[in-house]
Design a binder for this molecule. Structure first.
Ligand code: CTP
Ligand code: MG
Length: 231
């Protein structure tokens, strides 16, 4: 069985939003509704756990009924950071879960075909796989935010996206180990990397953008209007 954990408990500070980021409308529909629709439409996804801001649990429950989400088995409260929120989501998964798909609510344009490709790669390697894009910009490293320290070799750099797919037991262990070690990470792959386990990179989708800044909302609506986000 495959369960998707969807961290959606962020505030949207960089968007300057009054309401939780996952509830901000995109073409008139809350961001989380686009994200969940993609997972509902992906046949290998059996169950979905949404991690929501504690003060917005009621709003998410209303959406669950209004949108008729069939696969959503739990809506749980998030934590202080993304890692804590995913951890809370992992606790609410059905016991029979063998594979976990972690996918951010903040990437509402994800296509079922990408979710499936990452899941399939994880099955093949037996451990984990993530969507990522080869880096197209030239990347500078700086120590003080003013002067360039060095230029990194772009050929070796990939930008991590979600979906990220893991063997369920492996992801649980990685989170437990990180808790013990006081290690915090901005994605789940980083916690599994620490375990020395191989993780496959799967070419992601440039339209699978993360909504971070106000201009990303404009971009998302433009992409959806042109029909790139529908399959
Ligand atoms: N997230 C979460 N719990 C948190 C923080 C973040 O579940 N305590 C989720 C967000 O809802 C989002 C994903 O993790 O789907 C990626 O986070 P990010 O893009 O940083 O979203 P926000 O934290 O909401 O934005 P900001 O950092 O600007 O406040
Ligand atoms: Mg954040």
């Amino acid at each position: 069985m495959t369960t998707s954990v969807v961290p959606a408990a962020g505030k949207g500070t960089r968007l300057g939003s009054q309401i939780p980021k996952a509830l901000i409308p995109i073409l008139g529909k809350p961001m989380i509704s686009w994200t969940i629709a993609a997972l509902e439409q992906t046949p290998i996804v059996d169950a979905i756990v949404i991690v929501a801001p504690s003060e917005a649990l009621d709003d998410f429950e209303k959406l669950r009924i209004g949108e008729g989400w069939r696969k959503v088995v739990a809506i749980v409260a998030g934590g202080l950071d993304r890692q804590q929120s995913v951890w809370n989501g992992l606790q609410a998964m059905p016991e029979r879960t063998e594979w976990v798909i972690v996918h951010d609510a903040a990437r509402p344009l994800v296509k079922p075909s990408l979710i499936f490709a990452v899941w399939e790669a994880a099955q093949e390697i037996g451990t984990a796989a993530i969507a990522a894009l080869p880096c197209t910009d030239t990347v500078k490293r700086t120590l003080d935010g003013v002067l360039i320290a060095e230029t990194l070799d772009r050929e070796q750099l990939w930008l991590a996206q979600t979906p990220q797919v893991f063997a369920a037991e492996l992801l649980r262990e990685a989170h437990e180990q990180a808790l013990k070690d006081g290690c915090t990470a901005t994605d789940d792959a980083m916690l599994v990397e620490r375990m020395g386990v191989p993780i496959r990179l799967v070419p992601g989708d440039p339209t699978n953008i993360k909504i971070t800044h106000p201009t990303d909302l404009l971009l998302a609506e433009a992409i959806l209007k042109h029909g790139f986000g529908t399959h």
